[in-house]
Design a protein around this ligand. Structure first.
Ligand code: 3PG
Length: 213
């Protein structure tokens, strides 16, 4: 799978923070059953690497990746845990080199045209736009389409059920990411019905294809 195929794999990529592996596995099963197949487990909790390993072992239909990767060492640990793609909030030369060598699809975070150009120069034509809403959202992506027509984006940051379809309608957006599918309160309560409903709703949003041919 390459990065473009990763974007096509699931229109919405949940950005997930998990605190124990049992919950992570149940969550992954719930999201996959709801139609969400790419899962970004962020390195924002000590349980993240074990969760990636457990989901990889126990939820074969999930494509599990690692998010919030900031260093080559973190990427290496995630690869050993079985991460099948990577996402970062930004990009350094060292991380770019490690990500290229890893061979997995990797979405580097960018927030400016210069960062997008630098990431493209380093070989990443598919990028994460972060934090999307805070830096201009849909109008920014429309504006970038002119000078950067060859780049594709997964915007994240401030995206939710109310605005995801607007992003997905853009020709330079392949999927959107966000934490709205996995509210901390629902996770803590193990409220799988609520999360399944959010997953199904996200899939329906993505089917509202308003793209012009
Ligand atoms: C990310 O890392 O992509 C963001 O934290 C997700 O942003 P959100 O919580 O606003 O969805």
């Amino acid at each position: 799978m390459n990065a473009q195929e990763l974007l096509a794999h699931s229109p919405v990529m949940p950005v997930i923070v998990v605190h124990d592996t049992a919950t992570a596995v149940e969550l992954a099963r719930t999201l996959v059953a709801g139609g969400i197949r790419s899962l970004e487990i962020t390195l924002r909790s000590p349980a993240a690497l074990d969760a990636i390993r457990a989901i990889g072992d126990q939820v074969p239909d999930a494509l599990v990746g690692v998010g919030t990767v900031r260093t080559p060492q973190q990427l290496d640990s995630a690869l050993q845990a079985g991460a099948r793609f990577g996402v970062s909030p930004g990009l350094t030369a060292a991380l770019a080199q490690a990500a290229r060598q890893s061979g997995i699809p990797f979405l580097p975070g960018v927030a400016t045209v210069s960062e997008a150009m630098q990431a493209a120069e380093w070989g990443f034509a598919v990028q994460k736009l972060f934090p999307a809403e805070a830096i201009g959202g849909v109008p920014l992506l429309q504006a970038w389409r002119g000078p950067l027509p060859d780049l594709a984006f997964c915007p994240t940051g401030g995206i939710h059920a109310g605005n995801a379809a607007d992003y997905l309608a853009l020709p330079n957006v392949g999927c959107v990411g966000g934490s709205w599918l996995t509210p901390a309160a629902a996770l803590a309560a193990r409220d799988w019905d609520a999360i399944a409903q959010l997953a199904r709703q996200a899939c329906r949003l993505a089917q509202q294809d308003t793209r012009t041919p």
